[in-house]
Write a new protein. Sequence first.
Length: 184
Amino acid sequence: MLNQDNAEKPVRLIERKLAYKGKVITVYDDYVDVGGHKTHWDFIHHMGAAAVLPVLPDGRILMVRQYRHALGRYTLELPAGKRDAEDESFEVCAMRELEEETGYKTDHLDFLLYVNTTIAFLDEKIGIYVADKLTKGKAHWDEDEELGVEPWKLEDLKQLIYEGKMTDGKTVAAIMTYAAKYGK
């Protein structure tokens, strides 16, 4: 039950100071007034990203395997990447990342969902799409990328999720939403 004494206190940003600017994120120290109590919060800005769930004609889903430094291991996930600019559409980003990472193209994307990855301190928003009617193009990986592209059956991907072997949030959300939305 919601305690009415703690429900939606007014929150006001007092000051935002730049702490670090990187190529992917910008970190700020925020000084905030929460219902009369002054506090300090960390805030990370990310310009957003797009991901795509590419479906082959036989129903298998193209996944990418890549090394993720933050986890110290390879992960299996959807093709995805950050937007090149704040005003770049999620759809344009998704189409670019599909071709860059898998070597496939499409003229047809269906919106699946938006995901905010870590809402406590990060504003990253990912637009996720389903791509079908794929045609072979050419992959163009970034200099710091080394990817493996693998076709997977949906039921096998769901099993990895159930076993705790697939933990990438955008990928888990996309696979489960795709399965529910398309009755798979």
